[in-house]
Design a binder for this molecule. Sequence first.
Ligand code: AHR
Length: 504
Amino acid sequence: MKATVIANKDYTISKIDDRVYGAFLEHLGRAIYEGIYEPDHPSADENGMRGDVMKLVKDLDIPVVRYPGGNFVSAYNWEDGIGPREERPTRLDLAWHTSESNAVGIHEFADWCASVGTEMMLAVNLGSRGVDEARNFLEYVNHPGGSYWSDLRIKNGRKEPWNVKLWCLGNEMDGPWQVGHKDADEYGKLAANTARAMRMFDKSLELIVCGSSHSDMPSFPDWERIVLEHTYDHVDYISLHMYFANRDDNTPNYLGLSHKLDRYIETVASTIRQVKHKKRSKKDIYISFDEWNVWYHSNKKDREILDGNSGWPHAPGLLEDIYNFEDVLMVGLILNTFIRRSDVVKIACIAQLVNVIAPIMTEKGGPAWAQTIYYPYYFASVFGRGSALQLVTSSPGYETTHAADTSYVDVSGVHNEDEGMLTFFLVNRHPSEAIETEVSLQGFAGGSVTDHQVMTHPDLKAVNTAGKQDEVKPRKGDGARIADGKLSVSLPPYSYQMVRVQIG
Ligand code: AHR
């Protein structure tokens, strides 16, 4: 089987915003406690943060991390997480039916972000609270000093403001599961008022309003239209969330879900355009895809705690999906979609980062390791920086419930002019056939393959565990060649690859 791709230097989609490789950490399960924070762990630093986790996170070169939720934020009092630890209250977390000790709050999270070299993206509580908490939190985080909240921050040990630019106006407010859930009009008005107040403090903030929790919500896409009608002039991004699942164990269909993702993005992009024209506005709004990942492996196991049959445990194992090899392909396809839609998707956060539906897993007192999906996320984040190429791909395909024609070969291409590099991320969805793929490099001088990484596995359900951390991992490829301005590479059945080409 054969596929062809044309990559032309003059045809680009957009500069990829680095923040499309962001991540998310919520006070949920063992994401914070035993995830990033475990003071008794042998690798813990002076702040109690796990060094082994920090190493895995640093390697990912994550530009931004969203915090503290998620559903958690909709009943969170950020003030509970400041001041002396021993005085911080334990609260019930209604979203996940657990207890929250507040041992980690904004100071600890900010220090952790500085240690791993990432920026904070903070969410305010528009569920149980509103404008007042948002303005106070903002003042605490970003004001240099000389006011009640900024002076309290200084008293609590942080002199300089953190100057956080990215702020989420609540979380999934369309969802009836959300504490303080609202209809689109109620939320739109509250978000607009909150945004106005936050901008009175600082016009340069980048504000994200909640879109739908997923594209199967009955209110989608009217929610987006109504919310944007209220907020268009006051915000910069609208957030989308989507989780992917292979519940009926139908891999070809599962891997077709990236079509559904693409349609979701396109529908929201056209809703943004509709509201823009209705308002006769010159301003553009972009998409913050601030929760995405595979999530379904742990659903059954979690019911006990989520149904409230286990009391109110602190940091129990929740949403601990153990990812397999086919999830590598799905994550590769999701990231390819974001690269191809970099014209509208400017921020995206893998949900989440540690232990909770995460590329990194830990054991209490034990090791931290990379799940299977760590690798496609790593390759995209580290090497997918630059401009997205408008590729023309011809590949045989198959039918799924998501699209009549799902091409076997899915590819995205990134041109990094500063480094003189082309990077291609390729997924073969074919279950049994290798596909000989030829990429015409038009307008690019010379070219030599400098890196080639391949992920295949005979067992789609293979996983990495504490005892077998390297069961699924990339290996160096050696079959990618360049001749006569064409890159040829063979894609084994069910495979993920990255090929990097140095150009003149
Ligand atoms: O990431 C897990 C949860 O998924 C988040 O708390 C919520 O926003 C979404 O429903």
